[in-house]
Ligand binder design. Structure first.
Ligand code: MN
Length: 346
């Protein structure tokens, strides 16, 4: 074992005893480096704190601007909030499937219909909203869905297409100018302009296409089937009845934020489904099962009583169907039609 000699100790004491002003050039350099490092750390901390404060400020502003008017429903929405379907014909179907966001991907929609060996006389498909927009053939998806007797709920993009078409039917296309003007809807939470890309869909709709899409309710409830509920975005765990749910939020929600407020954003708290599964008796119904789409960032998201099915088909992901009686999954892969932008644009 190494031992300190008397010489070591004395040289150690000698270094300790150097007066401050007699530092060697080497020691001065070292102290300069330490000072610079400390200054750099201080600068980084200040920058991070400022960034966090600014980001939170922005987020709070967004939440409150949505929060104030989320109850406003467009006069052009032609919306049914809830449809309760206990029809005998539906009860007699052998297989009932829910499919996530199709977004105009008619080829992939036909692929999954074929892969399921879908027989409309024995089976039922329910689309979890956002049949339209973004993809190559929204009108084709609507017509094929109608042809196959498919049931549906309304997604946030479908809602915009319907509102634009209602306005066009009521006021005429000449009233949809100037194109960069906002459609007058009385302070809705998600204003749209006449030039929104959704008019690329609505202008090609026939009356019958429009009637079909507008008939998709915000919430589809099937009491006979374990109280299965299909929605596009989600259900607010803080609102304990379907009747009091806010349609805009049902079509758009993703998270419950840190203040326990329902948000259209992702990554601002816990996902609504996480909160929902933690307390399942929220609706005073037995065995509630909720199927939804809209959250391609989270992708396939299966929990005890909630089933997230938006697997980003239009972004080159896949299209997913779930058999609600067996929970068996069927998927087809999709071409990439658009690049995924922000997570809030599903
Ligand atoms: Mn959506």
């Amino acid at each position: 074992m190494a031992q300190f000699s008397r010489d070591d100790v004395s040289s150690f004491e000698y270094v300790e005893a150097i007066p401050r002003n007699d530092r060697t050039p080497k020691q001065q350099r070292m102290w300069r480096y330490i000072a610079m490092a400390v200054a750099a750390v201080v600068v980084i901390v200040v920058v991070v704190v400022v960034a966090v404060v600014v980001t939170n400020h922005k987020k709070n502003n967004q939440t409150s601007s949505t929060g104030n008017n989320q109850l406003v429903i467009s006069p052009y929405s032609n919306m049914q909030a809830i449809v309760t379907n206990n029809d005998t014909s539906l009860q007699q179907k052998e297989r009932i499937f829910v499919i996530g966001d199709v977004h105009g991907c008619v080829k992939e929609f036909n692929d999954i219909v074929a892969k399921l060996n879908y027989d409309p006389t024995k089976d039922q498909i329910i689309l979890a909203g956002d049949l339209t927009s973004k993809g190559p053939d929204s009108v084709g998806v609507v017509r094929r869905a109608k042809e196959l007797g498919v049931l549906c709920v309304r997604g946030n993009h479908d809602d915009k297409v319907v509102r634009l078409k209602t306005f066009e039917i009521e006021k005429g296309r000449n009233a949809m100018y100037p194109v960069d003007a906002t459609m007058p809807e009385g302070g809705v939470p998600d204003p749209i302009k006449f030039k929104n890309y959704h008019t690329g869909v609505s202008f090609n709709f026939t009356q019958s296409d429009y009637d079909y899409l507008a008939s998709c309710p915000v919430m589809l409830h099937m009491p006979f089937l374990n109280n299965t509920i299909v929605v596009h975005g989600g259900l607010d765990p803080n609102i304990h009845s379907l009747e009091n749910q806010i349609p805009f939020m049902v079509m758009n929600m993703r998270d419950i934020d840190k203040n326990n407020v329902t948000s259209i954003d992702s990554g601002v708290g816990e996902q609504w489904a996480t909160v929902w599964n933690a307390n399942q008796k929220l609706l005073n119904m037995d065995n509630t099962m909720i199927y939804y789409g809209h959250d391609s960032s989270r992708g396939l998201n299966i929990k005890q009583t909630t089933f997230g099915l938006d697997t980003g088909c239009v972004y080159g992901g896949s299209l997913t169907a779930i058999n609600v009686k067996t929970h068996e999954l069927t998927q087809v892969s999709c071409q990439t039609y658009v690049k995924k932008g922000s997570s809030n644009d599903d």
